[in-house]
Design a protein around this ligand. Structure first.
Ligand SMILES: Nc1ncnc2c1ncn2[C@@H]1O[C@H](COP(=O)(O)OP(=O)(O)OP(=O)(O)O)[C@@H](O)[C@H]1O
Ligand SMILES: Nc1nc2c(c(=O)[nH]1)N=C(CO)CN2
Length: 203
């Protein structure tokens, strides 16, 4: 493949910059000056679930380029997608962010937070100390398997939709519609608010 290059100055000591690099830098630059909204889902079903969720919230807020705008109530939820009774129940919550990080950097940060809390990836939907998923990033829609946007299963998960609706009653899932309507179409059985528990928004 031939790389295309932008026109550079005629100084022969200056190397031309490939157009693809210019495009990436421009995209990063425009994100930097234009923070985007993102929604993350947090889930934990091993260890001290509440402490880990709070640690994840704090670690996200500590990330340069990330500002948490809202943290949802905590829900205790039956494990979704696995044999009933085969795993401990989850604590789930949703956080709303403004971020200058591009989507791939936000995913890297989500994975770093999972690693910090010793998440082990063995089986699909296996029990975990923490799971950090990107539910949506601005209005982006992408079927890239490395980062699918919105999250491909968010619209069918009451453990994502219910806490999200609590902190944003007008929320829309790009390409899918109003979160309130999506939630009305899924079962809320096994998705219980834990009003006795609270996650703090870091100051
Ligand atoms: N929106 C997204 N948020 C987080 N990870 C994503 C997203 N889209 C694709 N992925 C990819 O999915 C891979 C597997 O993620 P993970 O192990 O967290 O899945 P899971 O939480 O077990 O299941 P699920 O994807 O159903 O929530 C990640 O390595 C990541 O690259
Ligand atoms: N209740 C519940 N079930 C799940 C969850 C989760 O966060 N909560 N996460 C999964 C993989 O992301 C699979 N199943």
């Amino acid at each position: 493949m031939t790389a295309s290059f932008t026109e550079g100055p005629s100084d022969p000591t200056v190397q031309p910059v490939p157009a693809s690099v210019v495009e990436k830098v421009d995209a990063a630059d425009s994100t930097l000056h234009n923070p985007q909204r993102a929604v993350l889902s947090l889930g934990a079903n091993l260890g001290n679930r509440l402490e880990t969720l709070q640690g994840a919230v704090d670690a996200l807020e500590d990330t340069p380029g990330v500002r948490i705008k809202a943290v949802s109530p905590v829900y205790e939820t039956e494990p979704w997608g696995v044999e009933p009774g085969s795993q401990p129940s989850y604590f789930n919550a949703v956080v709303l962010l403004k971020t200058t990080l591009p989507p791939d950097s936000l995913l890297e940060r989500a994975h770093a937070v999972e690693e910090a809390f010793h998440r082990v990836r063995d089986e699909r939907w296996g029990a975990r100390t923490i799971d950090v998923d990107i539910v949506s990033y601005a209005d982006l829609i992408s079927d890239d398997p490395v980062l699918t946007l919105p999250h491909p299963r968010a619209h069918e998960r009451a453990f994502v939709l219910a806490p999200w609706l609590d902190v944003d009653p007008e929320a829309q899932l790009p390409g899918r519609g109003a979160v309130a309507e999506l939630l009305a179409d899924v079962t809320r059985t096994g998705v219980t608010p834990r009003a006795d528990l609270e996650l703090r928004l870091p100051e």
